[in-house]
Design a protein. Structure first.
Length: 165
């Protein structure tokens, strides 16, 4: 299990520069959001559509980066027993309104992946990045790779970061 913490680009500025919707709450960011030079270059993890459905079915609102009628390409990069999630962005405004949103979102994902992995006997790995906007208008990325059970540690770290002023 490995959790790493990094600085991340200003999500609002980058979305605006790319001509995307500016996320105001929770959003799924394409895997190459930081480095993309144009909107046409953005690529979502294939799991983004599943996560969107899970969020919608569980009452978690998400601001798509894509404008109406747009679709970003998807890429499938997984092996048996591995699930790569899209980058989950959580704004400081959403965290102020609902400080438990990270816990709720990761709980929904954890339940789904646990059920998904029940059919796989051996190695079970999740890759997840969460980008949190702090009250200081800084963006911090928490990266995780490991078993589903490690999402509890990601939640603890992400929640602590969300409280930074």
């Amino acid at each position: 299990m490995a959790v790493q913490i990094f600085d991340f680009v200003d999500v609002e500025e980058k979305a605006e520069a790319l001509g995307c919707n500016i996320p105001t709450g929770m959003a799924l960011l394409p895997r190459n959001f930081e480095s993309a030079e144009s909107k046409d270059a953005l690529v979502h993890e294939r799991s983004a559509w599943t996560v969107r459905t899970l969020f919608r079915d569980n009452g978690i609102a998400e601001t798509p980066l894509e404008r109406e009628g747009e679709i970003f390409y998807g890429v499938v990069e997984k092996g048996l027993g591995e699930w790569i999630l899209p980058i989950i962005f959580v704004s400081s405004a959403l965290l102020n309104q609902n400080p438990h949103i990270i816990s709720i979102a990761l709980g929904v994902i954890s339940n789904y992946v646990t059920d998904l992995f029940r059919r796989i006997p051996d190695y079970k790995n999740v890759k997840l990045d969460i980008v949190i906007e702090t009250g200081k208008k800084t963006y911090i990325k928490v990266s995780y790779e490991g078993p589903v059970s490690g999402l509890e540690e990601v939640e603890r770290i992400a929640t602590k970061i969300s409280l930074l002023d």
